[in-house]
Design a binder for this molecule. Structure first.
Ligand SMILES: Cc1ncc(COP(=O)(O)O)c(C=O)c1O
Length: 466
């Protein structure tokens, strides 16, 4: 028998030894104060990491008062199931308003409709399902494919994988946005939709949505804009004087767009908005089971029961911030990102990728500097960057906690030291390179996959690691 205690003490069971490991229900319930004290300890320790502004992405608002307010709103309806509309008509009001406010912000028209989902992944998966169904119904395509850039989020692959769609990957050009000519050359009879991203996860860039939407119109295809990351921050760029290209439903030919309220919408985790134009596209994701003994069943999307709390908190975030609130926070984020671009560009060994507005990716411009060595040093100084590959790079996705005074200056100084560290001779590969691979050092895909399966298993159980 493997020794479970040893496994529990490992990094994958991080509180073993401090708190009881509940591998079965406790015989007698633990007192509420004790439960809350345990949660408070973990939350306070873990949140400390983002308070000083050294974490890329992840925590979008970080305003404790805002969170306390959202939690109050959440608590009022946390127990409510919005599937039971007759009991909770408030959900109908709030959900409709979340969709309307988002559609208005993203320049939808009178024929724009939407749904609220549990996050970016669910929004993107729904969109893939809709284009499969729409393609089958209107074009008779039985074996659909969707063309998306290599930089598109893996949730789109996930949707294609779940729903039997071929995801065709278009390369990006030197500016790291989609190669539109390649897309044009690869549209065929099986193509049902194109995808572009407004605010890519890897590099924070905006694909040429106008050109993609033009192709979609020309060929009678669906066109989804993934604004999960950028949808709630890019809209304020123009007002603030930044040269943000058109990316939303203002562009003719865009037939759907996702925008995550739980990212730059500053709501609690677990919500995203998916918009369709025309509205009727939404019908392809509705599900009905009319002959069920439990009664005629219908749901607007993948979820069954959904918490009214998330809808209330999302609505509260949007209404309480208003356009002014979003614009104010965006101004700080855009300015911080611009200052980061300057700090990175001041290092001749580094190169910023493309023309980012809020999420800044950079790579090594010198054979003597491995970008993952740069990351190793930054990590030792408490920075939590996101590591990228193909090409090896890092990104710093700026959120509200990063806009505090002094953060950029600290980053600039640590980055300069990090480059100096990376330039030194190293006899070992970078620590942060192990996950993403550098200079061909990545283990074979099968090995990476097996390791990830082990990791995913281990993070979902308290027993011995397999
Ligand atoms: C561009 C983009 N799309 C989709 C997603 C997926 O969102 P979620 O993690 O909420 O499912 C992300 C997440 O970072 C993203 O950056």
């Amino acid at each position: 028998m493997p020794d479970p205690t040893a496994a529990r003490r490992s990094g994958l069971h991080p509180y073993a030894g401090r708190f009881t490991v509940h591998d079965r229900l406790p015989d007698a319930g633990v007192a509420r104060e004790e439960v809350l004290a345990e949660i408070a300890t973990m939350a306070e320790e873990e949140d400390r990491r983002y308070h000083d502004g050294q974490v890329s992405g992840s925590i979008y608002s970080g305003d404790e008062e805002h969170y306390a307010f959202l939690t109050q709103a959440y608590a009022r309806f946390a127990h409510a199931n919005v599937l039971q509309r007759d009991m909770y008509p408030s959900a109908t009001k709030m959900e409709g308003e979340i969709i309307a406010m988002t559609a208005d912000m993203l320049h939808g028209d009178g024929d724009t409709g939407g749904v609220v989902t549990s996050g970016g992944t669910e929004s993107l998966m729904n969109a893939m399902l809709v284009y499969r169904e729409w393609g089958r119904e209107t074009k008779g395509v039985a074996d659909p494919q969707v063309i998306m850039p290599v930089t598109a989020h893996p949730a789109l692959d996930k949707g294609c994988h779940y729903f039997g769609i071929d995801a065709i990957k278009a390369p990006v050009t030197d500016d790291f946005t989609v190669d539109v000519d390649w897309v044009s050359d690869h549209i065929g009879p099986r193509t049902v939709a194109l995808v572009g991203t407004a605010g890519t996860y890897p590099h924070g860039l905006v694909d040429d949505i106008g050109a993609l939407a033009g192709l979609a119109s020309e060929h009678g295809l669906g066109m989804h804009v993934d604004g999960c990351l950028g949808g709630f921050i890019l809209p304020w760029g123009r007002d603030l004087g930044y040269d943000v290209p058109e990316f939303d439903l203002a562009v003719d030919g865009v037939s759907s767009m996702s925008a995550d309220t739980h990212k730059y919408g500053y709501a609690l985790k677990g919500s995203s908005v998916l918009l369709y134009r025309p509205k009727a596209l939404r019908h392809h994701q509705y599900f009905m089971a009319l002959d069920w003994p439990g009664g005629a069943y219908s749901a607007p999307g993948m979820s069954g029961s959904r918490s009214g709390g998330i809808i209330a908190a999302t609505w509260a975030s949007m209404v309480s911030l208003g356009r002014d609130g979003y614009r104010r926070i965006a101004a700080d984020i855009f300015a911080t990102a611009a200052a980061l671009v300057e700090a990175i560009s001041a290092q001749p060994e580094l190169r910023v990728l493309g023309r980012p507005f809020f999420n800044v990716a950079f790579t090594s411009a010198s054979d003597e500097v491995d970008i993952y060595h740069v990351n190793d040093h930054l990590a030792s100084k408490g920075w939590r960057m996101n590591g990228l590959q193909l090409p090896p790079a890092l990104h710093f996705c700026v959120t509200r906690p990063n806009t505090q005074p002094g953060v950029v200056e600290r980053f600039a100084a640590d980055l300069s030291d990090a480059v100096a560290y990376a330039r030194q001779p190293h006899d070992r590969p970078p620590r942060s390179g192990a996950m993403y691979g550098s200079a061909g050092a990545r283990p074979p895909a099968d090995q990476v996959r097996a390791g990830l399966v082990k990791y995913l298993d281990a993070t979902h159980e308290v027993g011995p690691l397999g």
